[in-house]
Design a protein around this ligand. Structure first.
Ligand code: SF4
Length: 404
């Protein structure tokens, strides 16, 4: 897959299993059992979750806490197909009730809540789990996708995580087979385009594999969403991180037709306690950039993306600026201006802005001029009005890991 910088998905336990034979009983309603994994991207919040593999077959990325300690396994095809049937049966039961009663009346069992969200959203999107369903044979994955399409004819979008190392090994014909079966989009955790950064965080792929994988996905007729992690180069490799990332994005974006531009989603790096990256930081091998340094890094990245066509998204609370979104190249200057608005603030305002965003009080630098919001920040962070700017910036970057 991809990054932790997806979102926690449904109400599953650590291993994401919905165990139990004969269905789940809840306040008068019983729905058939099926498995769901713990992770899906925010854009798949209302998607039906179909678990093809359990956990991550790589599981070595140093920043990633998601599947550490969990054993990878490929689920038998029959079990996955049985899950699709069980979800279909659950959907039929839920559709027989008024949706308001299902969602708000306590009728729906927790295990089937995601199915209810999917139905409320018009039954349009399906997401294949966990970290790298593309690791199974293309024929097997195509069979799963076809069964989903048959069971839920309203579905218009089927998406999956895919690792670059896996996708770069797939023949173009195999990816075309998945597209023909009904796969529409691949979410790929690129994180960085610098070989040095990728190696240091043990991502398990190279920049060349990212380019091959990305271009093949697009050339097969699929949509591609790449996740980039500002700050992952640390303070020492920030330049390599920017240049390598811009170079890979440029090469991949060139393979995207105008109707299906490359989508890039930002996931600012956080150091999660207990991860190998936290050990690197404690040992002095990694220094996490603060929010102002990340803003400068993003500005450089946008400068380097001159002439590149892509859609930029900032759809995660990890990011300082939720409004750093747009269509490149048309919006590139506007986005650079947004970053300049932060970089031009006085140091104490930069620190206050970063802390205010991380505490959920501020959204844009304009909020610094709002007396009501400044007071709200003082109330939830009593030190925010004082002079310890560096302390506030450090506090703000530590708060990032709360959003994972
Ligand atoms: S590929 Fe890396 S980032 Fe993605 S789930 Fe596995 S260990 Fe985590």
């Amino acid at each position: 897959m991809d990054s932790l910088y997806a979102d926690g998905g449904g109400a599953t336990g650590a291993d994401g299993l919905y165990a139990g034979a004969g269905g789940r009983h809840h306040e008068g309603m019983t729905t058939p059992s099926f498995e769901q994994g713990p992770i899906r991207p925010p854009s798949e919040a209302a998607s039906l979750l179909v678990r093809v593999v359990r956990n991550c077959g790589w599981n070595r990325c140093r920043f990633c806490p998601v599947y550490k300690g969990c054993r990878f396994s490929v689920r038998p095809l029959a079990d996955v197909l049985a899950d699709v049937e069980a979800m279909k049966a659950a959907a039929d039961l839920l559709t027989a009730q008024p949706m308001s009663a299902v969602l708000h009346g306590g009728l729906v069992p927790p295990a089937a809540f995601q199915v209810a969200l999917f139905l409320r959203d018009g039954g349009r999107a399906v997401f294949l789990q966990d970290a790298d369903p593309c690791a199974v044979s293309p024929d097997k994955l195509a069979t799963v996708i076809e069964s989903v399409r048959r069971a839920f004819p309203t579905v218009t979008r089927v998406t999956t995580y895919g690792r670059a190392a896996t996708l770069a090994r797939r023949r173009p014909s195999a990816l075309a087979r998945l597209c023909a079966a009904g796969l529409t989009r691949v979410h790929l955790g690129m994180e960085s385009g610098s070989d040095e950064v990728l190696a240091r965080v043990d991502k398990g792929c190279t920049a060349a594999q990212l380019v091959t994988a990305g271009r093949r996905v697009l050339e097969a007729g699929l949509e591609l969403c790449l996740y980039v992690m500002p700050g992952l180069g640390g303070r020492d490799l920030a330049g390599e991180h920017e240049h390598g990332t811009a170079a890979v994005l440029r090469e991949v974006a060139a393979a995207a037709p105008p109707a299906r531009p490359l989508v890039v989603r930002l996931r600012t790096t956080a150091v999660v306690p207990g991860t190998p990256l936290a050990a690197d930081e404690a040992a002095g091998r990694f220094a996490l950039p603060d929010d102002v340094e990340v803003a400068a890094e993003l500005r450089s990245l946008l400068e380097l993306l001159d002439g590149v066509r892509l859609e930029l998204r900032s759809d995660h609370a990890l990011n300082l600026m939720a409004d750093l979104e747009g269509t490149l190249p048309a919006d590139r200057e506007r986005l650079i201006d947004l970053l300049d608005g932060v970089l031009a603030l006085a140091p104490e305002e930069q620190a206050e802005f970063a802390l205010g965003v991380r505490l959920g009080v501020y959204r844009t630098p304009r909020d610094l001029r709002d007396g009501r919001l400044r007071q709200a920040l003082r109330e939830c962070a009593p030190g925010a009005g004082e002079a310890a700017e560096l302390g506030k910036l450090d506090a703000a970057k530590r708060l990032r890991s709360r959003f994972l």
